[in-house]
Design a protein. Sequence first.
Length: 368
Amino acid sequence: MRPLFEALFVPLIVAVHRNIVRIVPVLFIVASLLQIQPARASQDHHDGHGETEEQFVPTEMIMHHIADAHDWHLWDWQGHPVSIPLPVIVYSNGQLDVFLSSAFHHGEHSVTIGNNEYTLNHGHIEEVSGHPVYDFSITRNVASMLVVSLLMFLIFVGSARAYQKSERRIPAGIAKFTEPLILYVKDEIAIPSIGEAKYKRFMPYLLTVFFFIWINNLLGLIPFFPGGSNVTGNIAVTMTLAAFTMILTNINGSKYYWQHTLWMPGIPVPVRPILTIIEVAGIFIKPVALMIRLFANITAGHIIILSLISLIFIFQTSTIALVSVPFAVFMNILELLVAALQAFIFTLLSALFIGIAMEDHHEEHETA
């Protein structure tokens, strides 16, 4: 763990000025509390003076914050949410409709285009007459992934240009930050898992997966724009990443790998069909484990932090705030480690699966 910590956090710590480090935690706490907006129950109750008081429902608030949305929430102004509308692209009843999510007025109004009338129900777009809706919208998670992709492009292009400008190939600028990370993925993940002779062609994929998961995890911990999206806590995203690993693993599988998967030698013939079923199931079980591990760990961290903040609104006492806020800050700090750790684990297991599939029979004897 020490090499991982040094590769991930030491360049970041050195790059940030001490005064910024002191003020960031304070801004993080304040922004976290400002972003938590109490969800309201469908049923109200009276406070004893004849006035109606809406009840706080922590489950609705937590699910609202970890779920995807068709707009990017910024802040609340005079009781009304201020957000960036995102494009809504839907196909229903033989008609392709494109409009901004602001037309829904945060779910309060329906949108009528041609013969279709759309409503926004708990983040899902539905057609009033009951026609099936195919949603291709640019949601908050999609927009966040586009931001991360652009950020990664700028980081790597900047690093490459820094090396080109240096006569001695000495890292400068952003390259000082990226070089330790790239070397760590190369020396500690790719070469030991895949082999020194075959690792190079998989480095682009491993580096892309590592930085994509890590940066998305970090942005998900920032409670204000352009953060706050739960990208890797969306099982569709983790499923896609796991599917890429499964495809690469099986496409590059050697003859020895497929022989031991479908009809392993040296095993009694009556036992081979049973082992074949198990091995074929393992082809799909391994990426499913990758998918669930990343999704569950990131989602659980967000739920714990939001649950701690919810205690303030449930008990409505300053004593609870003195306890829940420090614990929430501690969990946020712990999530910084989890963000890097989950990126490392996903990349490492992907490299291991690829390396096992590419291993030849003679390599196994040489290793033994």
